[in-house]
Design a protein around this ligand. Structure first.
Ligand code: ADP
Ligand code: MG
Length: 401
């Protein structure tokens, strides 16, 4: 009768006290043993909310309401698996670039804790790291293992929340209780010292008990930044595998994803899809979804950005503006600055003439370009921060342009 009690309560409030209804909208309302529990997200505010409520609630109902800072229905001792059934070994296309990663993942799933521990998987975005971690999770969960899949950032948030609410020991014991721990995107542990410490302890606890640990990252352990040496050496202590995408597998993936969406196209369109996407399965999926909606007419082979466009793109991204904005006429500080820096860097890094640069920025003549370059030159000499930013951007652009 849970819902009924809550509804009766809310109807009662609705009729009598609109302001109270507003307060309640910030709280989680649950029901247990015929009483209403109101969960205050911030424990520090619990007393204040309780006082306000008791003041506003009528005699009859006051005793039925309990203000808490932890949901009483929360299951303390079972850890959510975080596993998504969408990702399996069956729907993972295997080819040269990902075969080793796939095979290690399979072995790990079949014999958790005993063959490759930890298993560290790394590679660029959109290549199937999360898919393989999840596939391991699914496979093991089905066979009764306790599994926890967490993106590192989420793990970290959970740790911080537990710390704040004085429940760090519950946090620890929940994670110590798993058979298979899958931590995704471990590069995001970078700089998070306390999380790294907690993770290190959980890692060791599980490791010596032969529980399986799987990690995914966008780079090799030795290239991780601001992660403690002792963690990095743990990461390197098992098997480290890179995942890549080769052209033949890419074609196979395109075919499989088309089948899955029941789209039938000619062989040349399959090739065109592969050519119009970068090295990312996620991008392939996006293009194919788009085909499902709009057909294949809009499909174009991917054009490489010209050098000038690359400079514009990188500088725009750095300043958090769009590339179209720096091509426009907007004069807002950030946009104008990004435009100026981009013009300067185009001149400095590419062989383009002033006129070519002006054209790349949609300008008829090159006087603005000259003005901008002068201005940045002068700012750079005067201001260390400007110099620092420009050096940083130059480093980013070398090798790409
Ligand atoms: P990553 O974690 O490496 O950034 P994901 O695992 O999230 O990449 O993969 C991006 C998308 O591409 C997901 O929807 C995933 O299911 C799909 N995908 C990646 N690799 C494959 C593959 N080999 N076969 C089928 N789908 C794949
Ligand atoms: Mg991922």
């Amino acid at each position: 009768m849970g819902g009924a009690t809550i509804n009766t309560f809310l109807n009662y409030i609705k009729k009598r006290d609109r302001e109270l209804l507003r307060i309640l909208s910030h709280l989680k309302i649950s029901e247990k043993g015929g009483r209403i529990f109101l969960t205050v997200p911030d424990p520090a505010r619990r007393e204040e909310v309780e006082r306000e409520l008791k003041l506003r609630l009528g005699e009859g109902i006051r005793d039925k309401v309990v203000v808490v800072s932890e949901d009483p229905n929360r299951q303390e001792d079972t850890i959510p698996s975080g596993v998504n059934p969408r990702f399996t070994f069956e729907n993972f296309v295997v080819g040269e670039g990902n075969r080793l990663a796939y095979e290690v993942a399979r072995s790990v799933a079949e014999n958790p804790g005993s063959v490759y521990n930890p298993f560290f998987l790394y590679g660029k975005v959109g290549l199937g790291k999360t898919h393989l971690l999840q596939a391991i999770g699914n496979y093991c969960a089905k066979r009764g293992y306790r599994v926890a899949y967490r993106p590192a950032a989420e793990f970290s948030e959970e740790m911080v929340d537990s710390l704040k609410s004085g429940r760090i020991s519950e946090f620890r014991s929940r994670y110590r209780d798993v058979d298979v721990l899958l931590i995704d995107d471990v590069q995001f542990l970078s700089g998070k010292l306390r999380t790294q410490e907690e993770f290190f302890n959980i890692f060791n606890y599980l490791y010596i008990r032969e529980k399986q640990i799987v990690l995914a990252s966008d780079r090799h352990p030795r290239d991780l930044k601001d992660i403690s040496d002792r963690l990095i050496s743990r990461f390197e202590g098992g098997v480290v595998v890179e995942i890549t995408l080769d052209e033949i597998t890419k074609i196979e993936i395109v075919k499989r994803k088309l089948q899955e969406l029941k789209i039938s196209v000619q062989e040349n369109i399959v090739k065109l899809i592969a050519e119009s996407t970068g090295p990312s399965v996620r991008e392939i999926e996006g293009v194919i979804r788009n085909i499902k909606l709009k057909g294949t007419d809009a499909l174009r082979p991917r054009r490489r950005l010209s050098d000038l466009e690359t400079v514009q793109e990188v500088v725009a991204t750095y300043f958090g503006v769009g590339r179209e904005e720096i091509l426009g006429n907007g004069r807002s500080g950030r946009v104008a600055k990004a435009r100026r820096f981009a013009m300067y860097l185009c001149r400095k890094i590419t062989d383009a003439s002033l006129i070519e640069i002006a054209r790349a920025f949609g300008r008829k003549d090159h006087t603005t370009v000259i003005h901008s370059i002068r201005k940045v030159d002068e700012e750079r000499r005067r201001d260390r921060k400007t110099d620092y930013i420009l050096s940083f951007l130059e480093r980013q652009l070398r090798g790409r342009v």
